[in-house]
Design a protein. Sequence first.
Length: 645
Amino acid sequence: MARLVDRCEEDTHLPVFFSARVGYSVHYLSGDGQEWAPGDDPLAPLRVWVSHGRWPVENATVAFAVVKGTGSVSAPEVQTGPDGVAEVQWTLDTDTHRQQVQAQLLDGPGGSPIHDATIAFNANLSVADHVGFTPEAECEVLTGTTTVKEALDALCARVSYSMKYLSGDGQEGRDGDTLEPLRVWVSDGRFPLENATVNFQVLTGGGTLNPATPVQTDADGIAEVEWILGGAASRQQVEAILVDTPDGEPTHAATIRFNASLSLASRVEYTPASDCATLAGLTTVQDALDELCRSGPQLDPGLHVEEIRVGTGADEGPLENDTDVPADRLAEGITVRCDGMPDPKAVAGKPVVDVVLDLPWPFAPEEIAFFGGDTGAIVGTRPLRLLGEAKADAQAIQWTPPSPTAAWLTQELFTLMRSMKRGSRVLAHLTLRGNFIWAESEPKLYLDGEVFGTASGDGRTILRLDEASGDRRRGGDLEMWFWVTEPVSLPGLVIEVVGTLDRVLGRLTDGEGNAVPAAQVTLTSTATGQTLGALTNATGYFLFPSVEPGSYQIRASVPGFPTAVEEVTVLGPGMIMEPVEPGTLGLVLESVNLIGETTAGNLTDAGVHHPVELLDMTPEEVAERAGVSVDRARLLIQNANRLFS
């Protein structure tokens, strides 16, 4: 018998065959010399070939056994196939470095080996503790380690502390400014390190730090301080040093430096514009500011606004920004006085003066209807540019509205505002287009209308006409705003109105209680928009007979007066009407011609107190309550009706 061993004194397969009988032999095919690590794919199968001379032997029995290690094979005995091949799957254990399986040819299943010849399959477990390692001489940490496992364990046991920059570098500020915090992060290489000591110290600039160092890192491994700049140097620096760790490990003097610059006008470069003669030749912001400070504030060349007034003649007065202006005062016009004489040709007939009202929107009834009829829903404003004539007179620019515009302002605007429930004042804007208004004496000088606003004691924004704009350019618009309110100088109209079961009666007087005759009165249904008209009689009374039930709006218009508006409701036949108090519409029962004291007393005792109530009664009802004949009752009703016709 021959036995073949490898250089490691391990049995291996034979390159020759052995036979106990003439012509029977077993040959190695594949599977020897493999290497495997936990988690790898399975090993390749172990394969042998049984032959009879040159021919494969089918159904020959081959035994496979693990002889080194505690691994396993897929079957202890395997029958050869038609090709004479027998194979098994070998699974290594995870502890033994060198493992072995032997294969033998048996005389049958469960039988004895045909001869002593075996084929050995070897495999190695690939683990770090069996891989040699020789550290370099300068690597003191790994001195004495001989395997990869020992080297890795040594490195893992060694903690590496480090400090990294987070934020705060490269800032700029003035002397005494507190910058954004200087922040660093300390870790053990993987995780934040709490309670590590970081020392922050000022290197240059003379600034201070808050809090006083040293600083301990928080749970996130962060240490931070505030840096208050000093005035000793334009470039300043702070250094952060990791000086200690919670377990006393060395830090290898890890340092981080933070830089900041002192913002100084003397170090900021400045190049003046070519047309800026005042600052010609200056090179820094400091020099430019000093020069401008020495020269003081100056008005830009041109015309400048000195005063703004509203009204004319004796009623003229200052027009202040953000204040109330009665509509009748605005209707008289606006005057803007300048420190020079504007050229009349630049103003007359030119659109250089604008007065614009911001009307609440929706405003007209049809617009309100578009929004569902909710008269309280104001969703925005709509600009209305008032017509006006502008002219230049000496050192003044005057704007005057034409008669129709003035009449609308004084008589219609706030009547509409009240009827549409749109508030008691309207925002107005005055604009002078200075770029198009030049001086009469020098066409290259334009109106520099730019002004500044400031707070007044009562919370308004007022204009500072004495403050120079200082923008060094020619021309500029004047802009201001004010609030237009109801007129105060014109008398108003007063409508008294009563709605009965099927009539509307009323009286129109002026602000002093005098009757207004021959005035046009309209009655408009709020539901349908249908309008009826009537004229007041000599005593100011009017009547709308045979009116359908519903809600109505009454409007009275008289030249020279604001339009008066009231609302009234007609109850309809069959409804119960509330008693009309004596004196309503300036009438009592005795106002009815030929009624007499006794008859009036009888009607009062019967619950009738006013001539209006007689109009909704039949002659028979009046006769019964007044104690008179039906004919006389009919006459009393006619006389009551004549009060309004």
